[in-house]
Design a protein. Sequence first.
Length: 475
Amino acid sequence: MSPPWRWAGAPPLGPEFDWAPVRLQGRGQHLRLLGEVGQAPAPALGTHPAARIRGEHEAYPPGAKLSGDTDLGPQGPLVSVVVVTYEPDARLLADCLQSVVSSDYRPLEVVVVDNGSHRAGVEEEVEAAIQGSSLITLTFSGQLKNLGYAEATNVGVGLSHGELMLLLNPDARLEPDAIRLLVEAATARPQAAGFAPKVLLADPGFVIDSVGVAIHPGSEGSQRGLGQVDAGQYDLEEQVPGLCFAAALIRRQAWQRVGPLDVRYFMFYEDVDWSFRAQVTGETFWTVPQARVFHFHSASTRHLGSGFKTRLIQRNLIWTAVKNLETRAALRVLLRRSAANVRRLRRPQHATASARALIDAWAGLPGMLRSRRQVQGRRRRSDAEFLGGRGEATFFDAESYRPEASVAALMAVLSRLYAVSPEPALERTLLRITSAEATGLGRDKARIAAMVRSGGMEISPALGWLLDQMEQGQA
């Protein structure tokens, strides 16, 4: 059975995907997307009763034209910006949507799926942020309860129409040229499935949040560059293992080929899992570092307890490994991660979360093994061809939400910067720091900072900020 949102000319998905019928329930309806990742259906375009179109307040009729899409001309393809909200901060949400309105790219479509927020006024805030903009159509879909990020994103994608889809967090803000630069990259690389902008922490504004995602041999995902000051070390366009869904441009055809997000994950690691499944089938992703996005890291999830996050991350990591890794590696990660959670049971602060992660992970194994057969049956690429993450350590304190001002963070910045743009002064500085670390002097952060300042290399404002933090002894 074809997915309800297929359009004329779309390539067949193949027999491995069985798109089950959609069941809609009541006002503010949510979709119960069925268990298997290959069986999770999307809403049929124009039939979701919860969807409201700005100005019309009706669902799209079949074949409806969006404002501005009758003559795209040189403006390019329609881009659907899909935003999932849950108890959103009103100011951050307004900034997010207004940054879409301020984009120098048209035509755009905005689809907002609110995940059962308890506070009133979310729909009105969304409409106010988009009101008066040209060539932007808004679809708002309110849910009765929190479906989780994965399922809500599937709903949003199903309600969208664009050839290209920009998944965007409600606590992220686009630079005016970001969408245009992403679309230009998609035009230049027509075979690539998706594109990762350079995402910077909104505070202080020059520290990297992500430039794509690295997927390590144990299926752990990490945000490339997280916690590093932006000194230009990620300014080359690169092929990367995965996308961070805080901000990512994806082709609709690629989404159809790979399938929707796995709704069993609820939240966390769904982007790693989707990227992994895409890589296994031969899809590729590229960075577009000139396209910049500012992100209030975890602003939407900071209120969640650390135990809740730990449980879902540990559970979903095991599921990602079991489903996607080659057989020996999958078994090795399953046993190693399970043993690690057993050891954490002896620590009071981690005992409950680890126990629930372990129980949930093993309870879900039968379903993951069924999904594994689907994923491995479509394998076109070995894990070794895209797994890695060497040199992609992160330098970010997840408790304080602050970047780490350490010698290791400095070396990561300078080493990659030298690989991108080798300069004699930078080479001498790296040699001096390496020698200092070998003799034990590398423990003195202020001394290392002084070496950099006296090395004759150009100090950017971002790098200067890191050196200031090191000299002040801030971690």
